[in-house]
Design a protein around this ligand. Sequence first.
Ligand code: SF4
Length: 76
Amino acid sequence: TYVVTDNCIMCKYTDCVEVCPVDCFYEGENTLVIHPDECIDCGVCEPECPADAIRPDTEPAMETWVEFNRKYSELW
Ligand code: SF4
């Protein structure tokens, strides 16, 4: 899965939302998140983010961000 990380906070360009083929972005007041179970790992959103906030969960130490994205995508 891909996840939204801290560069998105107070940013929210939403270019990523427009390209996601499965609409798995959820929008809160201060950030966007990706639902980790709905993301199909296509990667098209990652280069669209001007803030470089979208990262694959295969990078080191991403567990906290996966949980953050899961938690808020289920709340919003
Ligand atoms: Fe959507 Fe693809 Fe990005 Fe996952 S990797 S959030 S499916 S655009």
